[in-house]
Write a protein that binds this ligand. Structure first.
Ligand SMILES: Cc1cc2ncn([C@H]3O[C@H](COP(=O)(O)O)[C@@H](O)[C@H]3O)c2cc1C
Ligand SMILES: O=C(O)c1cccnc1
Length: 340
C-alpha cells in the first residue's frame, strides 16, 4: 500500500501504529519450500533466515530482491558549529555533488550490486537548530523530513537500503541513542569521521547537555527523534515506516541509520521486524545500539563511512539469499537422495 504522507506529528504516529504485521502464511510457505531444497537443513545458515524474512515482510511465498533502491538522505546540523566533527559542515553539500558526479564510495557500491541510488538533500542551506538547549526541529520540520523519506518508497521495489550524509550526524545519533536508551552519554559517543582529543570531548559534552535538557521534558521516542535527531535521520524513519506499509523490507546502514529508526522498535513490539542490520559499524556504540534493539548485523567489515555503504553490501547478500531460495532445485526435482 502506498500511504499518504503525514501532515502533522499525530499523522506520523498513526502511520507507525498502523504498520502491518508480517505475513505468516507467506513465511510458512517459504519455510516449507526451504525444507525441500537440495541442501542439508540449515546449511545455508542466515541466508535461509533472510529468504524467510523477505517472504514474511514482502507477503510473498517466493520472495525476491532484484529491484533494490539505495536511499541516501543528506542534512546539516546546528550542532556541527560546536566543533564536534573534524570536518566542516560544507562537506555535506560537497559530498552530495560528489554523489551526483558518481565519485563517492556509494556510487561504486551501488553499481557493484546493480542497485538504484537516490540521493535526497534536505534543506542543506538551513541547518537544524543546535539541540543542546532546544529541539533540533519543530514539528513541521520533523514531519516534512519524514514525509520526504516516505517519498523514496516507489512502487515495484523489492528492498530498500537506508543511509545518510550529514557532517555532525554521529553526534545526533549518539544524543538520540542516549536519549532513547539512557546510560552514560560518553558510552554512546565515538570518533565518527575521526574525532579525537578536544573534538571528542566537545562531542561528549554536547551529548551530555542535550540529553539532560530534553530528557527533563520528554520521554516519548518519536518526540526525542524530533528533538535530538536531524532531517536525514527523520527521513530514514519516514522511509522505514512507508516501506513497512508498502511491504518493502529494509536494510539499515550503520550507527546513524540505526539510531534514526530506533524509535520504531520502542514504540511498537516488532516495530523493526521488517528491517535487517546490514552491517555493524566500527563506531563502537553501534554494536551497543544493535544489542538494545535485538538486531544482529549481517556484516562486520570494520567500515565506518555511512552513505548506506554497509547496507548496499549487505543487500547483495540478501539478493543472493532470495536467489538461492527461488532458483535451487528440490531433492525430488534434482533426483537427489535424502531430504524430506
Ligand atoms: C568526505 C566524507 C565523506 C563521507 N561520507 C559519509 N560520511 C559520514 O561522516 C559524517 C558523520 O561523521 P561526523 O559526525 O564525524 O561528522 C556523515 O556525513 C556520514 O555519512 C562522510 C564524511 C566525510 C568527511
Ligand atoms: O556508522 C555510521 O553510521 C557512521 C560512522 C562514521 C561516520 N558516519 C557514519
Amino acid at each position: 500500500m502506498t500511504i499518504k504522507p503525514p501532515v502533522d506529528l499525530a499523522g506520523l504516529r498513526l502511520l507507525i501504529e498502523t504498520m502491518p504485521d508480517g505475513d505468516e502464511t507467506a513465511a510458512s510457505a517459504a519455510i516449507a519450500r526451504d525444507r525441500l531444497l537440495t541442501k542439508p537443513p540449515g546449511a545455508l545458515g542466515r541466508l535461509e533466515d533472510l529468504a524467510i524474512w523477505l517472504a514474511r515482510w514482502q507477503a510473498r511465498a517466493r520472495p525476491r530482491a532484484e529491484s533494490v533502491r539505495i536511499a541516501v538522505f543528506a542534512g546539516n546540523h546546528g550542532i556541527a558549529a560546536a566543533g564536534v566533527s573534524p570536518y566542516p559542515a560544507s562537506v555535506t553539500v560537497q559530498m552530495v555533488a560528489n554523489f551526483a558526479a558518481g565519485g563517492a564510495a556509494i556510487n561504486a557500491l551501488s553499481g557493484a550490486i546493480g542497485a538504484d541510488l537516490t540521493v535526497v538533500p534536505l534543506d542543506l542551506d538551513r541547518p537544524t537548530a543546535d539541540f543542546r538547549a532546544g529541539p533540533a526541529m519543530d514539528e513541521a520540520e520533523f514531519v516534512a523530513a519524514a514525509a520526504a523519506g516516505m517519498a523514496v518508497v516507489v512502487p515495484g521495489l523489492d528492498l530498500l537500503c537506508l543511509g545518510e550524509m550529514g557532517i555532525g550526524n554521529t553526534t545526533a545519533a549518539a544524543a538520540l541513542s542516549a536519549g532513547l536508551f539512557g546510560g552514560d552519554a560518553a558510552a554512546w559517543v565515538g570518533p565518527g569521521t575521526g574525532a579525537v582529543g578536544p573534538v571528542l570531548q566537545a562531542k561528549i559534552a554536547a551529548v551530555e547537555s542535550a540529553v539532560a535538557f530534553h530528557r527533563a521534558q520528554c520521554d516519548d521516542p518519536l518526540d526525542l527523534a524530533r528533538r535530538l535527531g536531524g532531517r536525514e535521520l527523520a527521513a530514514m524513519l519516514g522511509a522505514c515506516v512507508a516501506a513497512r506499509h508498502a511491504r518493502v523490507p529494509v536494510v539499515l546502514d550503520g550507527y546513524v541509520a540505526t539510531a534514526a529508526v530506533a524509535a520504531l522498535g520502542l514504540l511498537r513490539a516488532g516495530g523493526l521486524g521488517h528491517a535487517v542490520a546490514g552491517h555493524c559499524s566500527a563506531e563502537p556504540a553501534h554494536r551497543r545500539l544493535l544489542d538494545r534493539l535485538g538486531l544482529v548485523a549481517l556484516l562486520d567489515l570494520g567500515m565506518r563511512l555511512g552513505e548506506a555503504s554497509g547496507a548496499a553490501l549487505a543487500a547483495g547478500i540478501v539478493r543472493a539469499a532470495a536467489r538461492c531460495h527461488g532458483e535451487m532445485a528440490s531433492f525430488a526435482e534434482a533426483g537427489v537422495d535424502g531430504g524430506v
